[in-house]
Design a protein around this ligand. Structure first.
Ligand code: FES
Length: 113
């Protein structure tokens, strides 16, 4: 059996302030983590291909600065999000959990489409 690493304490905060705390295996995207844990507010219409912008999240400090630079496609898709684009905006399908993101907190936008 291979080594299994858990990135713990990934917290989604919905627009009404409710919090969902999930444990995600390293390598799992924030988008997939939301879907598999029944967190509402992420639609992921394209299934994680960075083509729909319905997995928009606001990554809370200090984790926003720990993420890899966004690619050109993600940057372009963030221009098409339904809610306000902010400096901490990212696509949930492009954020992959690692041990350095243990405790990651993301806020969900008002709407995704
Ligand atoms: S799931 Fe479509 S852009 Fe992330």
């Amino acid at each position: 059996m291979g080594e299994f690493s858990l990135a713990k304490g990934h917290i989604y905060i919905a627009r009404d302030g409710s919090r969902a705390e999930c444990e995600l295996p390293a390598g799992t995207s924030v988008m997939l983590g939301a879907l598999t844990n029944g967190v509402e507010g992420i639609l992921a219409e394209c299934g994680g291909a960075a083509m729909c912008a319905t997995c928009h999240v606001y990554v809370q400090a200090p984790f926003d600065s720990r993420l890899p630079e966004m690619g050109e496609v993600e940057n372009e898709m963030l221009d098409a999000v339904a809610s306000e684009r902010r400096t901490e905006s990212r696509l949930g399908c492009q954020i992959v959990m690692t041990d350095s993101l243990d405790g990651l907190v993301v806020r969900l936008p008002d709407r995704q489409n």
